[in-house]
Design a protein around this ligand. Structure first.
Ligand SMILES: NC(=O)c1ccc[n+]([C@@H]2O[C@H](COP(=O)([O-])OP(=O)(O)OC[C@H]3O[C@@H](n4cnc5c(N)ncnc54)[C@H](OP(=O)(O)O)[C@@H]3O)[C@@H](O)[C@H]2O)c1
Length: 321
């Protein structure tokens, strides 16, 4: 048996229980990872609340979609990784808040050598999502201009750094308390969304990334919807609005101007994870961990992520946590 955080019914953060659970058995192409740290994501609380991927009852579900740890054992068809390797990556949509998790080999990469497990666990979801939004879907190129809404959040702060690495001009929105943080990460133009309408400052943008968290509360949702609708106006003709929450529907004017709206999301895969690890080890990318909590305090982590106003990432320390 192992220690894990599980829930047996949907609900608020109070349904999370720190308890014993069976150690999972890896399939032929899986690795059993001894988890050292697990990242916390808005999706974890959305699933816990029953808003996404609802399971039939009864169930005992372990949340957590990203981890960093060490390979403990593996299935017979695993080829690239071995017992003792330090790995990081996505687990699917659950399983990470536990001492052990079984993960398909192709969803893991080698942990950046320059990071401890806590910081490595902060990377997979945020960096893979930012990568997909900026490059695979957004097609961002050197010299272009990108506006990143919610630049100080988990995905946003990765997007800022990846866009700078690509050679883009970066405009980021956040509240005043995050200005210094974002300037240190390299934003060229900072906009306090609480006091300044971004469209009064920005124009001729090639790519807009909407990373504003949804379903935190009604006021945030309304502002997020309004922000998305107002974003078309700052795009140059042919530009693209990429949301990591829902595919934006172009309005009539946007469609007439040839603007595109698209959804992007984390694509788990070792190729991009290994490229991200290389960028980290080269000093081009660093995750900010705003809060570290022991695994048994997962409830507190969910209460924090639910605010929709945390900086960088929240990580659960699992080994010795
Ligand atoms: N499609 C995918 O694969 C995928 C992957 C990851 C995340 N997501 C989704 O993307 C969203 C963001 O995820 P995340 O992990 O980055 O969330 P997060 O870390 O919880 O985002 C928090 C940040 O959002 C900022 N924020 C909140 N309202 C804002 C507004 N109106 N304008 C500008 N900034 C605002 C906050 O800044 P201030 O404190 O300064 O207000 C805070 O720094 C979530 O809804 C999540 O479910 C999707």
């Amino acid at each position: 048996m192992m220690k894990a955080v599980r829930y047996h019914d949907y609900g608020g953060p109070e349904v999370l229980r720190y308890e014993d659970a069976p150690i999972p058995e890896p399939g032929p192409r899986d690795l059993l990872v001894r988890v050292h740290a697990a990242g916390v994501n808005p999706a974890d609380r959305q699933i816990r609340a029953g808003l996404r991927f609802r399971l039939e009852k009864p169930f005992a579900f372990i949340p957590g979609c990203e981890v960093s740890g060490i390979v403990e054992k593996h299935g017979a068809e695993v080829t690239a990784l071995a017992v003792g390797d330090e790995v990081y990556g996505m687990t699917g949509f659950g399983g990470g808040y536990a001492e052990y998790v079984a993960v398909a080999e192709d969803k893991l990469g080698r942990k950046p050598a320059s990071l401890d497990h806590v910081h490595a666990a902060a990377l997979p979801v945020a960096a893979l999502t930012a990568w997909d939004a900026l490059f695979e879907v957004g097609g961002l190129a050197a010299g272009q201009k990108v506006l990143i809404h919610a630049a100080a959040g988990g995905v946003g702060h990765m997007a800022v750094q990846l866009a700078k690495w690509r050679g883009a001009q970066v405009i980021g929105t956040a509240s005043a308390s995050n200005e210094r943080f974002l300037r240190e990460l390299g934003v060229d133009v900072f906009i306090n969304y609480r006091t300044t309408a971004f469209e009064s400052v920005v124009r001729d943008v090639d790519v807009v990334i909407d990373a504003i968290p949804r379903e935190a509360d009604d006021a945030t949702d309304v502002l997020a919807q309004e922000t998305m609708a107002r974003s078309w106006a700052v795009l140059k003709d042919g530009g693209i609005l990429v949301s990591i929450c829902a595919k934006p529907a172009p309005d009539a004017d946007a469609a007439r101007r040839g603007l595109r709206g698209a959804y992007a999301g984390a694509q788990p895969g070792h190729d991009v994870l290994n490229r991200i690890a290389g960028l980290v080890d080269d000093g081009k990318l660093r995750p900010d961990v705003g809060k570290i909590l022991p695994l048994r305090k997962a409830r507190q982590a969910h209460e924090l992520i639910q605010t929709g106003h945390t900086r960088g990432k929240i990580v659960l320390r699992v080994k010795d946590g």
